[in-house]
Structures are given as C-alpha cells and as structure tokens.
Design a binder for this molecule. Structure first.
Ligand SMILES: *[C@@H]1O[C@H](CO)[C@@H](O)[C@H](O)[C@H]1NC(C)=O
Ligand SMILES: *[C@@H]1O[C@H](CO)[C@@H](O)[C@H](O)[C@H]1NC(C)=O
Ligand SMILES: *[C@@H]1O[C@H](CO)[C@@H](O)[C@H](O)[C@H]1NC(C)=O
Ligand SMILES: *[C@@H]1O[C@H](CO)[C@@H](O)[C@H](O)[C@H]1NC(C)=O
Ligand SMILES: *[C@@H]1O[C@H](CO)[C@@H](O)[C@H](O)[C@H]1NC(C)=O
Ligand SMILES: *[C@@H]1O[C@H](CO)[C@@H](O)[C@H](O)[C@H]1NC(C)=O
Ligand SMILES: *[C@@H]1O[C@H](CO)[C@@H](O)[C@H](O)[C@H]1NC(C)=O
Ligand SMILES: *[C@@H]1O[C@H](CO)[C@@H](O)[C@H](O)[C@H]1NC(C)=O
Ligand SMILES: *[C@@H]1O[C@H](CO)[C@@H](O)[C@H](O)[C@H]1NC(C)=O
Ligand SMILES: *[C@@H]1O[C@H](CO)[C@@H](O)[C@H](O)[C@H]1NC(C)=O
Ligand SMILES: *[C@@H]1O[C@H](CO)[C@@H](O)[C@H](O)[C@H]1NC(C)=O
Ligand SMILES: *[C@@H]1O[C@H](CO)[C@@H](O)[C@H](O)[C@H]1NC(C)=O
Length: 456
C-alpha cells in the first residue's frame, strides 16, 4: 500500500518535469468509443472508426489517438492478476488490433478506473496500477490513460481523498516512464468534478473532467459550459479542464440517441475547442454526414484549441443576458454568452445564443482585454470561413436559437478619425458604464454627459 510520504511528495516536482517535457501540453484529440457505442463494440467496429478518421481527413487534422473505453477486457483478472483479453471481441488480441489502427496514423490509449472495478464492472486499476500500465504498453498503447472513479475502496482502506486515490496512477505512470526511459502516458482524470479537481488535479495529471457524463442533448451542453465558467481559470498548458467526449454527429444515433440541431452541435464544438477541452470524437463515423464532418473538421477552431503559444481558455466577460456587469449572477438557465481570449491568430470571441429565438447580440471593443480600445479590427467568421467586416467600436451578430458566433479579430490600426457628433463632449474612454475618470488633457472630467472641472 502506497501512502503519501515526504519522499513521494517530493516526486511531484519530477512529475511536473515530466509534464513540462512537452507531454500533455495541448488538449488530446482523438476518438473514444463510449458515446457512440457504450459497451456494444468490437475490434472491427473500432478499427472502422480509425479507418474513417483517416479517410475523412480527421487524422490529418490532429485526431490521432483512440481510447477503447470501458468493457474491452474480460471480467476477471488471471491468476497472476493480469487483465485478460476478450478474444471474441478482439480476435488475435489487442496488440494486433492496435496495429490495425496504427496503420491509419492513430495510436492506442487506455481506459480504467481507480477502484476495484471500472464503471461497467470490469477489473479496475486499484492495486494493479503498474501491472496494468505494463499490459497496456505490451499492447502498444502509448497515448493517454483515462481514469474513472467507480467502485472506490472505503476511506479506511485507502486513507485518502480523491487526490491520493488518483495520485497512485500518476506515480505508476511516472515509474513506467522512468523504467523504460519513454515519454509518460498523458493522465486524464475522469472523476466528474468531485472535490474541485481544478484545485489539485494539475499537480498530478494533465486533465480533469469537470462534470458527470455528457449526454447528446442541449441541456447537457449548457450545464457543462456553465461548469467551465467556474473553472476556466485553471485551464492552461499541461492542465486541461475536460468537458467530456464530443456528441457531434449523435442526432438520431449514439448511446443514448441524441437530438441536437446543427446549431447546437456548432455551439458544442465551438465551446469545447475554445475552452481548450480534449476533442474526442464520440459518434459512429461510418454514418457521419457531411455536416458532422464539417463541424468536427473546423480547422480554424482546432488550430486555436491546439495553439502552441496560448494555453488559456477563453474567459467569459459578461454573465447572463444583461447588458453590463451590474448583475453578475450565476445563472443555470443562461450560462455566460460572451467569451473572449487571445490566440496566435488574433483575438478570439465566442457568443452563444441560449435563447429559443433569434437574437441580435453584440459587444463593445472596450469590454475585453484581448482587443484594444480606439483601434479597429478585421472580423473573420470561423464558421462561414470568411472575412465579414471591420469592427469599429463594437460588433453585432444575429444568431438563430442556440447558435454560436466564433470570431477572430485582427488589429488593422487606429479607428478612423471622426468629428464629435452634436452634443458629444469628447471621444469616449474605455469603460463599460459611465465615463468615470475619462479626462481631457486640461484635467477636466467628462462625467455622465457633462464636464466637471476637477483640475490637477
Ligand atoms: C489514409 O487516407 C489516405 C487519404 O485518403 C489514403 O491515401 C491512405 O491510403 C489511407 N491509409 C490507409 C492505411 O488506408
Ligand atoms: C467478449 O466479447 C463478446 C463479443 O463482443 C461479447 O459478447 C462478450 O460480452 C464479451 N465478454 C465480456 C466479458 O465483456
Ligand atoms: C473498514 O471499515 C469496515 C466497516 O467498519 C470494516 O469492516 C473493515 O474491516 C475496515 N477495513 C480496514 C482495512 O480497516
Ligand atoms: C431531446 O431529447 C431529450 C431527452 O429525451 C428531451 O428531453 C428533449 O425535449 C428533446 N429535445 C427536442 C428539441 O426534441
Ligand atoms: C451506420 O452505418 C453502419 C455501416 O454502414 C450500419 O450498419 C448502421 O446501421 C448505421 N447506423 C445508423 C444509425 O444509421
Ligand atoms: C458530401 O461531401 C462529399 C465530398 O465533398 C461529396 O462528394 C458528397 O456529394 C457530399 N454528400 C452530400 C449528401 O452532400
Ligand atoms: C437567467 O436566465 C434566464 C434566461 O435564460 C432569465 O430569464 C432569468 O431572468 C435569469 N436569471 C437571473 C437570476 O439572472
Ligand atoms: C496574443 O498572443 C500572441 C501569440 O502568442 C502574442 O503575440 C500577442 O502578444 C498576444 N496578445 C496579447 C494582447 O496578449
Ligand atoms: C457601434 O459603433 C458604431 C460606430 O462604429 C456606432 O455608430 C454605433 O452607435 C455603435 N453601437 C453601439 C450599440 O454602441
Ligand atoms: C457599448 O457602448 C455603448 C455606447 O457606444 C453603450 O451605450 C453600451 O452600454 C455599451 N455596452 C456595454 C455592454 O458596455
Ligand atoms: C477642458 O477641456 C474640455 C474638453 O476638451 C473643454 O470642454 C473645457 O472647456 C476645458 N476646460 C478648460 C478650463 O479649458
Ligand atoms: C446621470 O445623468 C442623468 C441625467 O442626465 C441622471 O438621471 C443620472 O442620475 C446621472 N447619474 C449619475 C450616476 O450621476
């Protein structure tokens, strides 16, 4: 039994070093079997997904790892405690199956749980951490370990909270990498946001789920975006708030069968990419429509998700439907609609219309740090894939119910000089409310529409 001692605490520095070696810097892209198939899949069906990923160009876009989610093994370990292969599900075994996906440029990743059993009641990793890592390695898996939170031992057995229970696998991953002098597995916690993982998961892992399992319905998407609004600040390079596998493509199919509109799926994908979540496809790609592929294949959004120079998630800059900051309140029926941040390609804005009808939605350039007041910006629509205009002072979009705008703003110089309008006292200053502290060169304030001689 491994209790945390001073010695293992010191090895956190080594774990951080391993992470900083480049492993897990960016969110992981790939495929996971769970949303499409639950436990109802076999090797041939999984390989067909990898084949489709290659043929549709998704591998070239960066979707390059494959997680066999729950249920790939037999229900019992062997006499020596090793995971046993289901040779009916994977004829020829899992090493052979892994080679079948490797030919498409896709690598293997593991799923397990930190308890006695996985959530589907297959053998869990507790007490077998190193042994299972050796097994996965022997099957040729080298990508990520997705580690669930089911069938956990009593407190009086582990004498640990979530942190300690999940640290066991972190240590084993470290030991395995040291033993073979190989890059460590990326470690991705699937513990549904218990005990606020944003506060501790970055010490031992590169990603943590923020939520319970996603479902292919709009209500789930809104709930997850709202949760990420409370934890986006912890997201960065090597530490990713995982919003769960994608449900894009699961309208009319999937497990369960979903019903999101294309607008809802666009909003879903935009939020997942720009809030720097893993991008793990969860739909049967043999049935993927062109619309599904064009959402999953939005290269402009993927480039921002995988930006080598900017690890932070977009941040919300207004809350709810209100037009200013005067009523910042956490609102479950209306998560933040306005988000912005920076990227290598320009300032990035995301606006989501949660209303059930069309809305005009806009923002002022003075509202967000990622752009500068008094400048003008080229605006690129990353769903239309075209330049849509030049923003001076503000930008407005018309959005259908549950649709999204993903905008890239690039600076094209100072805003055009203009004459003051009738009754206008001075050019404005950047501030969302009254022009408090907006000062003319002679020291007088322009305050609430009148001039106040304040003086130096
Ligand atoms: C992967 O896709 C490319 C492009 O469609 C194709 O040329 C190549 O043969 C595919 N690879 C395999 C192993 O099928
Ligand atoms: C083994 O695979 C077969 C075929 O997919 C499946 O019917 C069976 O339930 C699997 N066994 C276990 C223990 O999952
Ligand atoms: C933990 O507590 C349970 C219930 O009191 C008890 O049956 C069990 O023996 C304890 N286990 C250990 C390892 O102390
Ligand atoms: C989608 O399905 C969910 C779950 O069955 C249901 O609650 C919701 O009303 C459906 N939405 C639409 C627009 O049909
Ligand atoms: C998806 O495609 C496969 C193979 O073409 C087919 O067997 C299956 O029924 C399709 N599923 C749906 C929901 O259309
Ligand atoms: C889907 O896209 C492909 C490739 O661009 C095209 O050949 C095909 O006609 C499209 N299918 C439909 C139903 O539009
Ligand atoms: C929350 O948002 C809904 C719209 O979805 C709005 O009707 C409601 O007034 C908001 N509640 C608060 C407390 O802002
Ligand atoms: C945005 O990111 C780019 C690329 O890292 C950087 O050059 C630029 O200075 C950043 N802009 C701001 C406002 O931080
Ligand atoms: C947006 O900016 C334009 C100038 O570019 C101005 O005429 C217009 O009144 C502004 N709209 C809002 C809502 O601030
Ligand atoms: C945007 O600027 C206009 C003045 O141009 C102002 O009336 C409006 O309140 C501002 N909106 C926000 C959200 O700051
Ligand atoms: C200071 O500047 C403001 C705005 O330019 C002007 O309206 C005001 O008359 C000036 N005050 C003095 C004392 O010159
Ligand atoms: C701003 O001026 C308006 C009238 O022009 C007045 O009703 C309002 O109370 C003023 N606000 C403040 C904060 O002084």
């Amino acid at each position: 039994m491994a209790f945390i001692t001073t010695g293992t605490l010191l090895s956190l520095a080594a774990l951080a070093q391993a992470r900083n070696n480049g492993v897990g810097k960016l969110p992981v892209m790939g495929y996971d079997t769970y949303n499409a198939f639950g436990c109802d899949y076999d090797g041939a069906l999984a390989t067909a997904q990898a084949k489709a990923m290659n043929e549709t160009g998704l591998v070239a876009l960066g979707y390059n790892t494959f997680i066999l989610d729950d249920c790939y093994a037999l229900k019992e370990r062997d006499a020596q405690g090793f995971l046993q292969q289901n040779l009916t599900r994977f004829p020829g075994g899992l090493k052979k199956w892994t080679e079948s996906i490797n030919q498409y440029g896709v690598s293997g990743s593991a799923y397990s749980s930190n308890g006695y059993l996985t959530c589907g009641a297959y053998p869990g990793g507790y007490g077998h951490e190193m042994q299972d890592l050796e097994t996965w390695r022997s099957w040729g898996w080298d990508g990520m370990v997705k580690y669930d939170n089911c069938y956990i031992p009593y407190d009086n057995v582990t004498m640990e909270n979530e942190f300690g229970r999940f640290k066991r696998m972190a240590d084993a991953i470290d030991d395995l990498a040291a033993k073979y002098n190989e890059k460590p597995f990326i470690y991705s916690l699937c513990q549904w946001g218990w005990e606020n993982p944003m506060n501790w998961a970055p010490r031992i892992s590169q990603a943590w789920r923020i939520d319970a399992d996603i479902t292919p319905f709009w209500t789930a998407i809104k709930t997850i975006i709202n949760l990420q609004a409370a934890s986006y600040l912890a997201t960065g390079f090597y530490q990713h708030g995982d919003m769960d596998m994608l449900e894009v493509g699961n309208s009319g199919q999937g497990t369960p069968v979903g019903n999101m509109t294309l607008a809802e799926q666009r909003s879903h994908f935009t939020a997942w990419t720009l809030l720097k979540s893993h991008l793990l496809i969860g739909t049967d790609l043999r049935n993927a429509t062109n619309e599904t592929l064009s959402i999953l294949g939005n290269k402009e959004l993927i480039d921002i998700n995988q930006d080598e120079n900017e690890g932070a998630a977009l941040a919300p800059f207004r809350v709810g439907f209100q037009d200013d900051f005067s009523d910042i309140e956490y609102n479950f029926t209306s998560p933040p609609p306005y988000w912005a941040g920076n990227s290598s390609y320009g300032a990035v804005f995301m606006i989501i219309n949660y209303a059930d009808e069309q809305r005009e939605m806009g923002f002022n350039l003075t509202e967000n740090w990622a752009v500068r007041a008094g400048r003008q910006y080229n605006v690129r629509d990353m769903w239309k894939h075209e330049h849509v205009g030049v923003a001076v002072r503000n930008w407005t979009v018309t959005l259908e119910a549950h649709d999204v705008a993903a905008l890239l703003l690039t600076d094209v110089g100072p805003e055009p000089a203009r004459k003051l309008a009738d009754g206008e006292l001075a050019p404005p200053c950047a501030y969302p409310f009254l022009a408090h502290q907006c000062t003319s060169p002679n020291g007088s304030f322009i305050y609430n529409g009148s001039i106040t001689e304040w003086g130096f």
